[in-house]
Design a binder for this molecule. Structure first.
Ligand SMILES: CC(C)(COP(=O)(O)OP(=O)(O)OC[C@H]1O[C@@H](n2cnc3c(N)ncnc32)[C@H](O)[C@@H]1OP(=O)(O)O)[C@@H](O)C(=O)NCCC(=O)NCCS
Length: 193
């Protein structure tokens, strides 16, 4: 799917926060951040488990470098006050329907400040205005209230629940809440907010 433009390499989110390709981060920093947040992330993200290693972090960064600009996952490091604070990515690029999904995680100590809400707004804006996307999707475990709140706060429509779609950290099937934003809705929502 070579017709997708390269995502922006720098997105200014706010005075203290920028997004940069995640492969510019060091494996040491990524590993340390994930390990520091292991229990908190592990509730909803399966990579965050006791087996997570420095080699996993390095492999992920290497794959992210290879994927960059190739309509596979485009992952950004969230750099807050000069330090790695989380990751937000675009994935599930649809060649025909021109849809993408946004996924994200933030270090626990940065929660509750609206950082991810602003990141999602900037990434959504880039998807529509730069990548030529028609639909941006966000999905979350139905019990992941903080993640769902981001979609709701940024004007995404609740499309419903796909039952028993996810495997949660306990290895159980879990229901997934789905949200979407369409290009024309985004223009309207932005003009009103
Ligand atoms: C999902 C996750 C990123 C949400 O983090 P978050 O801090 O709640 O989200 P935001 O950065 O957008 O911050 C929103 C909070 O900041 C507050 N806030 C402060 N200023 C704000 C502003 N200017 N704009 C928006 N929110 C603001 C909001 O009220 C909200 O706080 P509340 O939940 O106490 O009401 C985080 O919980 C996480 O990484 N979880 C683990 C991994 C995960 O679940 N990822 C998603 C998988 S689908």
């Amino acid at each position: 799917m070579s017709e997708w433009p390269e995502p922006h390499r720098l997105i200014v989110v706010d005075d203290d926060t920028v997004l940069r390709p995640v492969f510019e981060a060091s494996a040491d920093d990524l590993y340390a951040l994930v390990v520091k947040n292991l229990a908190y992330l592990g509730r909803f993200l399966d990579f965050a488990n006791a087996e997570y290693s420095l080699a996993d972090a390095a492999t992920y960064l290497q794959q992210s470098r290879q994927n960059w600009g190739r309509s596979r996952e485009q992952a950004y490091a969230i750099i807050h006050e000069g330090e790695l604070g989380g990751v937000a990515g675009l994935h599930h690029f649809g060649a025909k329907n021109r849809a993408v999904e946004i996924g994200y995680w933030l270090s626990e100590h940065l929660q509750g400040r609206g950082i991810m809400t602003r990141c999602v707004m900037k990434m959504t804006e880039m998807a529509f205005e730069h990548l030529g996307v028609n639909q941006v999707n966000i999905s979350a475990d139905v019990v992941n209230e903080r993640s769902r709140a981001i979609a709701e706060r940024t004007g995404f429509s609740f499309d419903g629940v796909t039952r028993q779609w996810l495997v949660n950290a306990a290895g159980e099937l879990a229901d997934m809440a789905r949200y979407s934003m369409l290009k024309d809705e985004w223009a309207r929502w932005r003009s009103e907010h």
